[in-house]
Design a protein. Structure first.
Length: 743
């Protein structure tokens, strides 16, 4: 039945102009509808025009343009099922059959008092429908209500219905046959006919409502991925499959804002490519097990918030759905902890149908949010600086691989060191394989690095030192091309404990005294005097001057066997590494190789050593250095030393203040002393227990220390006497009679 708003008038429009092909097809379809008794000639005052749309097989579909009638029709609010709710019902099913009703709308008869309102106008006359036509605003709701009514005994047991699409699901084939028999019995009784050519039976995987459904879960339909013309709407529909969807789509959604000029830029094209990649590689989402608990991981960035709903069904945590929301207006100004809270709130609202009544654990990297939810859920703190998940976007992963291998300060190391460097801060599936392929295919490494072969004989390792820079080895790399600064050699020094190295530019003709000066400047001044010094039998190291110097320093000399450099294999290996680093870094600037040594030294010391499993920098200093790739600092300082540094800073500030301002007294950072000063200025009989401002003015006449206002406020605010005396403010009775001012 078509019910129009009060005061509505009959709608009619002139017929559209059609092509000869469309006219021929329209004439055939009208004759077919008349022959089937679906339409009849009409004299109705209503009249809608006809238009055509192409079908997938190339034929034409006749459509009636009921937009004018729909505009004044009272809408039927019967709910159309949510697709995600229907998909949730399919958990545990392994056999599927899909039924497509033949012209489903035409199997519902129009109410007698509404037939004349369906009239449409053509070159061949006016006609009106006796059955429900396509195009009416309430047709989907009416048809859904009818299907739910007749199939109600099977709904949520073995049948889901979305308009004229019926999906029958079962756990095994025997059960499926019985379910099909029951469904066909109902359809036969109600005279709803199935179109065999569009129906599919007993499938392990079926395409349903734009998804591929199987026993493993729900997949993105590949056919939908190919149809990206309506790109943003399509991508938004599948946002539950895409992590960080709102952030990826932000450049495109910003382009659609009002009063924003439409200018396609590089960032928009990159957003399209990122969304394409994310959609075509979208993960399989498992269907929720309603008897198990859930896990939510929520996070926030400057532009968007997001969350992922997960569940452990025996194979570890697997995603059920992704959620993201772009921030707007005042939300963009929220502090990060409020954005984190907003992400949790949005997640619980979106997935309330799953979470209500179930134990849920929420992971967030803001520990202050642990107290937000008090209704049977746990909020766990997950440190945000552990590792960053890198999405499946090849240009981003390629950039990280280049940053940790190709750049100058990365050093072109092998796959193990490159993998360890990336794995400190980032993660993605098959990371090790990607690093191996990238390093193996590096053109610079293949051309510059020498091959390694097994050596004969047995290894006789040297004793392991007890601390860094206790046992030191040094050697020269000679035969290098002269630089513009006159350097043609490198003094290589390595610590046997931490494996830290120093690469010191020098020249072949340097005397023993000059080498000693370099050793003192770069080694002793930074690391102290070593107890043992390992070297070859270079004339500089066998000279009387060198031996006397080491004797005065208390350093024992340990020299390798003549013509047997394997004695100090560690230094020889480091020499090879330095040469490889130089070849990779100085391909086009051979005369300036000495300028690259500081950066190459940093690259080596910041790379994980295979023997220790740590970087030389970390073993020597107890922390990792900051690098351009590192998202956050992991350096920590012992609280005792931090307190000592703070106390020293306070004392130095006091000395400076006493010299600059002799009218006030600097109060050292002892809590009892500063409390006593505040007490004398606030609690003495003449102070009057004034507030923070007046107490501050009194104190500042004679005293000074950092954060003085905070200390005064902390002392004054909880004063019991003030709270008792100042809590009551009563208005005096009568009128206020001001006194005359004194003369």
């Amino acid at each position: 039945m078509i019910i129009e708003e009060p005061g509505s008038k009959p709608t009619f429009r002139a017929p559209y102009r059609l092509s000869p092909t469309e006219l021929t097809d329209m004439k055939k379809q009208i004759e077919y509808l008349l022959a089937k008794g679906l339409i009849r000639p009409s004299t109705s005052p209503y009249g809608a025009p006809v238009l055509f749309t192409p079908k997938p097989d190339g034929s034409l579909r006749m459509c009636i343009d009921y937009r004018a009638l729909n505009k004044q029709t009272i809408k039927n609010k019967y709910p159309i099922p949510r697709i995600d709710d229907l998909l949730d019902q399919l958990r545990g099913a392994t056999v599927f059959s899909k039924l497509d009703l033949r012209s489903g709308y035409w199997q519902i008869r129009m109410a007698d008092n509404s037939i004349y309102k369906t009239a449409f106008r053509t070159r061949y006359g006016s006609y009106e429908y006796l059955v429900m036509p396509f195009g009416l605003t309430n047709a989907p709701a009416t048809f859904q209500a009818e299907m739910n009514h007749i199939l109600r005994p099977l709904l949520d047991e073995c049948v889901v219905v979305y308009l004229n699409d019926i999906l029958i699901y079962s756990r095994d084939m025997k059960q499926h046959v019985e379910h099909l028999r029951r469904a066909f019995k109902i359809l036969r009784r109600e005279r709803f006919y199935v179109k065999l050519s569009k129906s599919e039976f007993a499938l392990e995987k079926v395409q349903f409502l734009g998804h591929m459904v199987s026993a493993q879960g729900v997949h993105v339909d590949p056919k939908k991925i190919e149809a990206l013309q309506q790109f943003l709407g399509f991508a938004n529909y599948y946002n539950r499959f895409v992590p960080q969807y709102a952030k990826l789509a932000a450049p495109l959604t910003n382009l659609l804002k009002k009063n924003t000029p439409y200018k396609w830029e590089t960032k928009h094209q990159e957003a399209v490519e990122q969304l394409k990649q994310a959609l075509t590689s979208a993960p399989v989402l498992i269907l929720p097990d309603l008897e198990r608990d859930y896990v939510i991981e929520a996070d926030a960035s400057d532009q968007a918030v997001g969350a992922v709903l997960m569940q452990d069904q025996g194979n570890g945590l697997q995603p059920i759905a992704y959620l993201s929301k772009k921030l707007h207006g005042a939300e963009l100004n929220y502090p990060i902890h409020d954005k984190e809270a907003l992400a949790i709130v949005i997640a619980f609202k979106a997935w309330r149908c799953y979470l209500e009544g179930r134990q849920t654990t929420v992971y967030t990297d803001h520990c202050k949010k642990r107290h937000l939810l008090q209704w049977g859920n746990d909020i766990a703190y997950r440190k945000g600086s552990t590792k960053i998940w890198v999405p499946n976007y090849p240009p981003l992963r390629q950039l990280l691989l280049e940053e940790y291998h190709d750049v100058l300060y990365a050093g072109h190391f092998g796959s193990n060191k490159t993998l360890t460097g990336i794995a400190k801060h980032y993660y993605w599936p098959h990371l090790a394989d990607d690093v191996q392929k990238f390093v193996t295919s590096c053109d610079t490494c293949q051309r510059m690095k020498s091959s390694k072969h097994k050596k004969a004989g047995l290894l006789q390792p040297l004793p392991v030192p007890e601390q860094p820079w206790q046992v030191v080895s040094l050697d020269f790399i000679t035969g290098l091309p002269p630089t513009t600064s006159g350097h043609d050699a490198i003094l290589v020094v390595i610590d046997k404990f931490s494996k830290m190295g120093h690469f010191i530019p020098t020249h072949t003709t340097a005397r023993t005294e000059e080498t000693a000066q370099l050793f003192v400047r770069y080694i002793i001044s930074q690391h102290g005097i070593p107890t043992t010094l390992i070297s070859d039998r270079d004339p500089k190291f066998t000279s009387k001057f060198w031996k006397e110097l080491m004797s005065l320093l208390g350093t024992k000399l340990a020299m390798s066997s003549a013509y047997h450099p394997q004695t100090d294999a560690q230094t020889e290996r480091l020499n090879q590494i330095v040469e490889q680093l130089l070849r990779a870094a100085c391909k086009d600037e051979i005369s300036k190789w000495d300028l690259h040594l500081p950066v190459l030294e940093f690259a080596y010391n910041n790379a994980t050593h295979a023997a220790t499993g740590q970087t030389p920098f970390f073993l020597c200093y107890g922390r990792h250095p900051l690098t351009p790739q590192k998202p956050t600092t992991s350096a920590t300082i012992d609280p005792f030393f931090r307190s000592t540094i703070h106390q020293h800073h306070t004392t130095a500030t006091g000395h400076y203040f006493n010299k600059r301002d002799t009218s006030r007294i600097w109060v050292p950072g002892y809590d009892f002393l500063r409390t006593l000063v505040i007490h004398e200025s606030y609690d003495n009989p003449t102070s009057g227990h004034f507030g923070v401002d007046k107490t501050m003015k009194t104190l500042q006449r004679n005293y000074y220390w950092p954060n003085m206002v905070d200390d005064v406020r902390e002392y004054v605010s909880p004063c019991t006497a003030c709270q008792i005396m100042k809590s009551s403010h009563q208005r005096a009775a009568g009128l206020l009679q001001p006194l005359d001012p004194p003369k």
